[in-house]
Design a protein around this ligand. Structure first.
Ligand code: NZQ
Ligand code: ZN
Length: 390
């Protein structure tokens, strides 16, 4: 096992009606004037916004609102949010929504005290040194942004989708009421499930030996998703299944499953080019890319994939031919993706073969910058993975 630092400062308030605690939590973490950041209106239609505002008012907190976050959140709204916070003296950003809203809130929180352009954090020109606190009321189990230090933003003028990381933008609290996710359309539930699985698989496929505990944690999160997601797709109001999925989404990405091991992340970077160019849901892009990546790197360590097949998918181990077992695991993953209504190829997300060269270029991969750690991928490899996903 590798050395590691595990820092998880977020207070998780989990369960029914926990949004009524929003005001008390903002006060506990030092907020007095709050920017409420949200998306295209699902939180208003569901009545959640009213309940959160009542809670903030009951705690005597002042608020300004900024809605309009789009899936694959854009830089333009981040600039607007930074401007509003400075003008209004906001000292706390509250995200109500899924990963896109949380990521936009994090970028605003880091941008407010920064003298330069906030995009410098995403282009690698600056490191986040300060941020105002971010709190979350989560409505979608997917990105794990409620417990991560990551923000992913798309720059509008050139559709460049980039991530930044800092402990300083980890939310100070995350309110997680599984009942809030019952209104999700089935497609969003499925996309969320795929993202959760991908966050685990990026960590599971590692070259670090003797990480038995985190291997088993990864397998537990994956099997939980495989069992619980079909339950909520047939019974959207199944609170307990929603609760298991929501907590799995947090565990998948706050790095408790990744501590002490090398992590890959090539599939995420390859996918980000797809969601940037075609504005598809991140989870749908991952459904297309992850099996293709698996087929491409399979022979690097067939036993790793055979373990995945046996422990996660319940396949029988073929000791004479582990590669056969390994392939069976990938097939079961593909069958699961299809069964929850997600695409497996470019056609399913409207992507075009003709754009592969462009996506390889914008991914920035070259002789000196490769993707992944399980298998290090150059430009030709990334292009081959896109082709396998055709
Ligand atoms: O805009 P609203 O009205 O909120 O509607 C959203 C949106 O249309 C809707 N939705 C959310 N909760 C709902 C609901 N509809 C009905 N009922 C509810 N309870 O769902 C749609 C998708 O929302 P979005 O926030 O975009 O989804 P998700 O949570 O999957 O976030 C995706 C973004 O997160 C990034 C992705 O790249 C993508 O930009 N990621 C962020 C990560 C992080 N910060 O750690 C890691 C991930 O790997 C990922 O890259
Ligand atoms: Zn993801």
């Amino acid at each position: 096992m590798n050395n590691f630092t595990f820092f998880s400062p977020t207070c998780f308030e989990f369960g029914r009606d926990t949004e009524s605690r929003t005001g008390a939590l903002v006060k506990r973490f030092g907020g007095s004037k709050v920017l409420i950041h949200y998306g295209s209106g699902s939180v208003i239609r569901s009545g959640l916004m009213n309940r959160v505002q009542s809670s903030l008012q009951a705690s005597g907190l002042d608020c300004v609102l900024l809605g309009g976050v789009q899936p694959n959140p854009r830089s333009g709204l981040v600039y607007e949010g930074i401007e509003i916070c400075r003008r209004e003296g906001v000292d706390f950003v509250l995200a109500i929504g899924g990963g896109s809203t949380i990521d936009s809130a994090k970028a605003i929180a880091a941008g407010v005290p920064h003298m330069g352009d906030f995009w410098e954090f995403f282009s690698g020109k600056a490191v986040i040194g300060k941020a105002i606190p971010v709190g979350v009321v989560l409505t979608l189990a997917a990105a794990g942004s409620e417990g991560s230090g990551v923000s992913v933003i798309t720059r509008e003028q050139d559709s460049l989708k980039r991530a930044t990381y800092s402990d300083l933008i980890k939310p100070v609290f995350a309110i997680m009421n599984p009942a809030l996710t019952c209104t999700l359309p089935p497609y969003q539930t499925a996309c969320g499930a795929m993202d959760i699985m991908a966050h685990v698989m990026e960590r599971y496929f590692t070259n670090t030996p003797d990480v038995e505990l985190t291997d088993r944690l990864c397998e537990a999160v994956l099997t939980t998703i495989i069992e619980q997601v079909p339950r909520v797709l047939s019974h959207p109001d199944d609170y307990n299944a929603r609760a298991n999925i929501m907590w799995a989404g947090m565990l998948a990405h706050n790095d408790i499953c990744g501590a002490g091991r090398d992590q890959d992340w090539a599939s995420h970077k390859i996918e980000h080019e797809l969601s940037a160019l075609y504005d598809v849901a991140h989870g749908a892009g991952l459904a297309v890319i992850f099996p293709a990546w698996m087929k491409y790197v399979l022979e690097h360590n067939p036993m790793r994939f055979a373990r995945f097949a046996v422990k996660v998918w319940g396949c029988d181990m073929d000791y004479m031919n582990p590669l056969r077992t390994a392939r069976e695991g990938i097939s079961r993953l593909e069958a699961f993706i299809t069964s929850i209504g997600l695409p497996l190829n470019f056609a399913g997300i409207g992507a075009r073969e003709a754009d592969i060269e462009y996506m390889v270029r914008t991914s920035g991969v070259n002789e000196n910058f490769k993707l992944g750690s399980y298998v290090s991928l150059g430009a030709a490899d990334v292009a081959a993975i896109y082709r396998l996903a055709l």
